[in-house]
Every structure is written in C-alpha cells, then in structure tokens.
Design a protein around this ligand. Structure first.
Ligand SMILES: Cc1ncc(COP(=O)(O)O)c(C=O)c1O
Length: 413
C-alpha cells in the first residue's frame, strides 16, 4: 500500500488529538462549537421532515433555491444566485476553493496562529502554507501580510490564495474596515484570491456592534466570504456553510464540491433555510448565549480574563462585580461583555509565568491529566501560537464553570 505524498504529512486535527487518552470525567474546553440547544426553527424543520413519508432524494447540486436566497438575503449586499455557493460546512467551501484556485507549488498565506484547516488544505493541494503574523490581540495587520507575501515571492513562489479570518479562531482578533480594503487591494495587485472567513462575525457581544465584513467595505469583487450555520446559528451538526463571491471564482469551486459530495444533505439544507430565515430571532439569542459565557468567565476566573486582555493590549473592564469565586449559574453582569466589545467564544490565554513556551503542548497535557480539563495548545494553530492555550467558552455553561474552576489554580501564585 502507498499513501499519496500529499496526504502523508497530515495528521488528525490536534484539537481532536487532545481528547485521545483523556481520563474519564475530563471536562472539555477544547471544542469550538456552540453548547446551547439547536435553535427551534431547525428542530421544527427536522421534525417536520421526519414525519413526511416518501423518498429522501439528493439535494439539487447547486443547492435549494430557497437556501441560496436565504444566504443572499442576510449577506449585507445584493447578490445574484450564481454569487452564492452552498457547501457541506464552510470547511467544504475551503476545500473546494483551494482545489479550484491553489496551484501545486504556490504559496497560500494563512494567519499564524490560525484555524488548522487552512494549512492542511494548502498541503493537500501540494502548495506551501506561509504563516503571516498578526497584530496585537490577533488583529489583522496588512503590513505583516505584505511582508509574508514578499517573502514568498522572493523564494520564487507565486501567491495563489490569501486567507483572512475575522473574528479569528483562536485569538478573537478583528480586522478593521481600512485594513480589509488595503488587503483586498494587495491581493488584486498580486493576482491572489482573497478568502475572508467570517464564520464568527455574527457572534459579537458588547457595545461595539458587528465587526466589519469584507464585502460591505470593499465590494463583492474583493474576494470570497465564508459563512456557516455552525457557530452563530447553533447547528454545526447540520454541516451547512457557504461561500459568497464573484461568480467566476465560485464556478470552478462548485465543480470540485460536486465531485466531492454531490450536494449538502437535503434535510440539512431545509433546516439551514429555516435558521437563516429566522435570523432575526436566532442571532440575538446566540449573542445572549455567548455574552453569558464571557460573564461566567469574568465571574469564575477573572484573573484569566484580565491576563488575556493585558497580553492582547485590550483595555480590561475592571474586576468582576461578583466575588471572583464560582457562584454557579448566575454570574454578575458587566465585566465579561457588556462593557467590552468581544467576538466569538475563544479565550486566547498566555501560559502561567515561568512555563517555557517550547513546552506548550506538554503543559496542556499536564493540565488535562492532573486537573481533568482539556484546552488546545496554541502551537496547534501555528508556530506563533507557542506560549498560549485556546480555551473554548462555547460549551454548556455547567461544563464551562467546572472547567474554569479546574483550570484557574494553575495561574495562581
Ligand atoms: C475559522 C473557522 N472557519 C471554518 C470553520 C469550519 O466550520 P464549518 O465547516 O462547521 O462551517 C471553523 C470551525 O471551527 C472555524 O473555526
């Protein structure tokens, strides 16, 4: 048996790997998914479909027109149907876009630290993932992207795709409107396809409002924007996502997606349509869930929040209104989110003083095995993630409280 060279260097996601070998009773603060119940419009749609007799056909290859219209309807700029590609999760959109636009041997610019799939997919396309550094707090800094781009060009590699992720996994970093415009110009100048992963963009909390979106600030031609029902719409198990962009960029990617999976599952497409057409209720409810989790953090482990804010250069809202000890399900309001703008549900947490960044994974494993709580070592997201853990606040609140209580003592003293 031979394994294709392009697959040889890949491994199972390091996030999943943290679960392997975990002792019974370990609480997970590792998985990046919502832990609140699937919203009612999706549940009702699936129940309805379960009761309907008759065959269950494939979905239409180019997705149901209702779902395409629903994606277009909440995107923020007017769109034609051919400017929307519905996929089996936004990860399948990434797979299809990369396979359509990344030449073997080219460079793909990815954030470092950044979502793990960007690097793996570049490698699957036999291209070179080139990490670009981020600004304070994980913010997009176009000068740093330009520096990485220059380096790739000097080493003789054309840049095929540039990926930006905002709000970012794992740092929660944002991209301001001016930076997005400058990045779009940079990509146009170099003939690179810009992919703007905005799957967390609806999960903002606090007074700042919704973070900037690429198409709103730079127009449709600026690149491809990714969205998903997996985060703010609370239904990762449906596996429905989408790419929105110029028709000529999406057309070849549709062919790849089609070859890969024919079409997203039909029940999922219908449930996703129900979610998107109920965005007015579903999204504010999701933001309340996320705000509550930041409040829980501020109540249960205020020192961890303060440390993460300090290292990110974020103004910290001051001590929690509560005692700093766990008061269960009724956290004090204000310190975690209301007075601060945050986005997404990740805490990007520096290691305790005195722990060598080179031992980031060893430290995460020690915490897992001695305190029974999993996090993700920052190096899983790229070499610049050394010295950090990603703590997901997205799960069920009771587990979050328990996990934080197990985690916090490592930073004491
Ligand atoms: C930044 C980012 N992009 C894309 C995805 C893929 O999400 P999905 O395929 O569920 O839409 C994830 C999942 O964690 C993510 O964090």
């Amino acid at each position: 048996m031979t394994v294709a060279a392009r697959v040889g260097g890949l491994a199972v996601s390091p996030i999943r790997r943290m679960a392997v070998g975990a002792r019974e009773g370990t609480v997970s603060l590792a998985l990046g998914e919502p832990g609140w119940p699937m919203p009612a419009p999706a549940r009702r749609s699936l129940e309805h479909q379960g009761r309907t007799g008759g065959p269950l056909p494939y979905g239409p290859n180019s997705s149901s027109p209702e779902l395409v219209a629903a994606v277009a309807g909440q995107h923020g700029i007017p769109l034609a149907p051919e400017e929307v590609m519905v996929t089996s999760g936004s990860q399948a959109a990434l797979f299809a876009l990369f396979h359509a636009h990344v030449e073997a041997g080219s460079a793909v610019l990815v954030p470092d630290p950044g979502f793990v799939a960007y690097r793996s997919l570049a490698q699957l396309c036999q291209a070179h993932p080139v990490g670009y550094a981020l600004g304070p707090g994980g913010a997009l800094d176009v000068d740093l992207v330009e520096a990485a781009l220059g380096e790739a060009l000097r080493s003789g590699r054309p840049v095929s795709v540039v990926v930006v992720n905002h709000p970012a996994n794992p740092t929660g970093g944002l991209a301001d409107a001016e930076s997005l415009r400058r990045l779009a110009e940079l990509c146009t100048r170099h003939g690179a396809v810009l992919v703007s992963d905005e799957v967390y963009r609806d999960l903002w909390v606090g007074a700042g409002g919704q973070p900037a979106g690429l198409h709103e600030v730079a127009g449709l031609a600026a690149g491809v924007v990714l969205g998903s029902v997996s985060k703010a719409f609370g239904a990762p198990g449906l596996r429905v996502g989408w790419a929105v962009g110029p028709a000529e960029l999406l057309a070849p990617a549709r062919v790849v997606h089609n070859a890969m999976t024919t079409a997203p599952a039909r029940p999922s497409q219908d449930a996703a349509t129900a979610l998107l057409t109920s965005a007015g209720e579903v999204l504010p409810a999701a933001r309340r869930e996320v705000a509550r989790r930041w409040e829980v953090l501020a109540e249960v482990a205020p020192e961890l929040l303060a440390l993460a804010d300090a290292v990110a250069g974020r103004p910290h809202p001051g001590p929690a209104a509560g005692t700093g000890s766990c008061s269960g399900q009724q956290p004090a309001a204000g310190a975690g989110s209301r007075s601060m703008s945050r986005a997404g549900f990740y805490l990007w947490l520096p290691l305790p003083a005195g722990i060598d960044p080179a031992g980031t994974t060893a430290f995460a494993l020690r915490v897992r095995d001695e305190s029974l709580v999993t996090t993700v070592p920052g190096v899983a997201f790229g070499p610049r993630g050394a010295g950090f853990l990603r703590v997901s606040l997205g799960g069920p609140v009771e587990e979050l409280v328990e996990g934080l209580l197990r985690l916090a003592p490592w930073w004491e003293g």
